[in-house]
Design a protein. Structure first.
Ligand SMILES: Nc1ncnc2c1ncn2[C@@H]1O[C@H](COP(=O)(O)OP(=O)(O)OP(=O)(O)O)[C@@H](O)[C@H]1O
Ligand SMILES: [Mg+2]
Lengths: 320, 258
């Protein structure tokens, strides 16, 4: 009886080792394959964008949308894209920091969990719903406050007016975008805040820091790279968001910092969606070229953020 | 400047668990008191009740009274933040602020107290770093990250940070346990110097260290797991190490513990 048992055990052991080796090989093969696939897709998209954009070079302005040269129509689009995304980020960043801090450091555990869950739920809402909500609820709701802003703060160029009668302004679009990017930014901020080592927090508290001072001395520095990453993800989404902006914003292609009037800039993504159905020939190439520009902008923003972080890497809390 | 610490029937809880029970003792100003005892007997907990750091942990609370001279640290209306500004603490693992330079680390507490004038800060930085025996090693790189120093230097930086605000009491929780013997000796020398100005309480597992630096030694112990830790005996250090009153203390000191 003992002998067969021993034999079986030995066989099993050998088989397990082989199986594990094979498992390792399969896994590393899959991982490499996935990596290569991402590169191929990325290269494919880039090549598509570039080749389809090339015909725009040397095209007559009469063949292009609005009978303007490509660069002349690109400028306002880039401006509008950046403006809407900047508004979104300017609103969403402080709000997401505050919510994340409340969840990680202020609220008691039950409230924190519920609130975190609710914010995550915001991410599950499709962008068309945000668009519909923006145009049918938020825009009319905000319109009276635009009138108020024009009356009382009209001396600031941002609120010069005349106030839009529909409320479908770039400010409204920016607010909708802010709500849309809030969940991802809050989730990332919350995670990094929760990961701050007790050691760093107690270092500040033991020196006699109040909770807010502790957050400034220990939590923010430690979470800095995470906060920037979250903001970049949010910015990427805001730059590329199409449907919600298309529905909310009444686009006229204006270049203006006036946030509450009826003359609003268009964004690249929303402009493509709006014009694509009626475009033919080189007009389509022109739209794709604006898509390429959007791709480059998003890429550059990410790159910039990384460079900023890397420059202070020696002081980076997460690294230390 | 240095203050006397009086503990009276101090009990500390983590949620429903009582970690230390009925600690009563008086700690003289300008002296070094060592807390020794087996792991888990509540030395750190007892130490952290003195600067109200215990209650930072969710669900943790303290009963009893602790006085610095005549001021009750736990009296209603006392802000724990003010207590911590007067009671410095050094932790087991060096914890300089990783994103701050050496200079900024030292002045962190001063900035909290609202000191802004550069000359005043410069002077404090030099004085505190000299006090922590670190000045000569770092004076040329004050603007470099504190996290770039060696472990022993980081710990001395933390001591400099703690003494920069000239606290009345300095609490040290196993400050040398992560350090090599040379850094340990440097910090022990430093403690001997600092005791001219501060009341120092140190937790240590190193019996020789307690014997070398402390004036008085308190031995903590637990009956069995789940029971709260108690202060078995506290007395002059030579007495504890040569002729303790309690059998349990003697067993622990001579290594016949457990
Ligand atoms: N954050 C906490 N939450 C719950 N229980 C804790 C916590 N910290 C400590 N305890 C418990 O309180 C008791 C005393 O712990 P304490 O850290 O004070 O012991 P110690 O004497 O400092 O031990 P060591 O020598 O290992 O540092 C232990 O039973 C421990 O498990
Ligand atoms: Mg301890």
């Amino acid at each position: 009886m003992p002998t067969p048992t021993i034999t079986t055990t030995t066989t099993t052991t050998t088989m397990t080792t082989t199986a594990q080796r094979r498992g390792d090989r399969v896994f590393s093969g899959l991982a490499t394959g996935a990596g290569v696939l991402i590169l191929v897709v990325l290269a494919g998209v880039a090549i598509f964008l570039v080749t389809e954009s090339l015909p725009v070079i040397g095209a007559e302005s009469s063949e292009l949308p609005g009978d303007r040269t490509f660069l002349a129509s690109l400028g306002p689009l880039v401006f509008g894209t950046l403006l809407a995304a900047t508004i979104a980020l300017a609103l969403a960043t402080p709000l997401s920091l505050a919510i994340a801090l409340f969840i990680s450091h202020y609220a008691d555990r039950r409230i924190a969990r519920t609130l975190g869950y609710l914010v995550d739920l915001l991410a599950a809402i499709p962008s068309v719903v945000y668009g519909l909500w923006g145009v049918s609820v938020l825009a009319p709701f905000l319109q009276p406050s635009f009138v108020w802003l024009e009356e009382h703060l009209g001396f600031i160029p941002l609120f010069a007016g005349p106030a839009s009668s529909t409320g479908r302004t770039v400010l409204t679009a920016g607010i909708v975008l802010a709500v849309m990017v809030l969940p991802i930014m809050t989730a990332i901020n919350r995670e990094v805040f929760l990961q701050v080592p007790t050691l760093h927090e107690e270092a500040a508290l033991a020196l006699g820091a109040t909770r807010w001072e502790m957050i400034r001395m220990s939590v923010f520095p430690y979470g800095r790279s995470g906060i920037v990453s979250g903001a970049m993800l949010g910015l990427g989404r805001a730059l590329g968001e199409t449907l919600a902006v298309l529905l909310v914003l009444s686009q006229t292609g204006a270049v203006t910092f006036n946030l509450i009037s009826r003359d609003n800039p268009s964004t690249i993504a929303a402009n493509i969606a709006a014009d694509f159905p009626e475009s033919t020939g080189v007009e389509i190439n022109a739209l794709i070229a604006t898509g390429l520009v959007l791709f480059v902008i998003t890429f550059a923003v990410n790159f910039l953020a990384r460079a900023v972080l890397a420059r202070r890497a020696g002081f980076d809390g997460a690294a230390g | 400047m240095a203050k006397q610490i009086t503990l009276e029937n101090v009990n500390a809880y983590y949620g429903g668990f009582r970690a230390i029970a009925d600690i009563s003792t008086t700690i003289q100003p300008k002296s070094i008191t060592a807390f020794i005892g087996p792991s888990g007997c509540g030395k750190s907990t007892a130490l952290r009740t003195i600067n109200r750091m215990h209650e930072v942990i969710p669900g943790a609370r303290v009963e009893g009274s602790i006085r610095l001279d005549d001021d009750d640290v736990y009296a209603s209306g006392v802000d724990p933040v003010d207590v911590r500004r007067n009671v410095g603490m050094v932790f087991q693992r060096p914890n300089p602020f990783p994103t701050m330079s050496i200079y900024e680390n030292v002045v962190a507490g001063l900035r909290l107290n609202g000191v802004k004038r550069r000359p005043a800060l410069d002077e404090k930085v030099e004085r505190s770093l000299r006090g922590a025996n670190l000045w000569n090693e770092v004076k040329d790189r004050l603007d470099k990250p504190g996290a770039g120093l060696s472990g022993g230097q980081q710990q001395r930086l933390c001591i400099a940070r703690a003494i920069a605000v000239e606290p009345q009491v300095l609490l040290m929780d196993e400050p040398c346990s992560a350090l090599d013997p040379i850094s340990t000796l440097a910090i022990e020398d430093l403690m001997m110097e600092l005791k001219d100005q501060y009341t120092i309480v140190i937790v240590t597992h190193n019996m020789q260290q307690a014997a070398r630096v402390s004036d008085r030694t308190g031995f903590f112990s637990i009956e069995k797991t789940g029971e709260p830790g108690r202060l078995v005996e506290i007395d002059d250090t030579p007495k504890i190490f040569s002729n303790p009153r309690e059998k349990r203390t003697e067993d622990y000191i001579t290594g016949r513990f457990g």
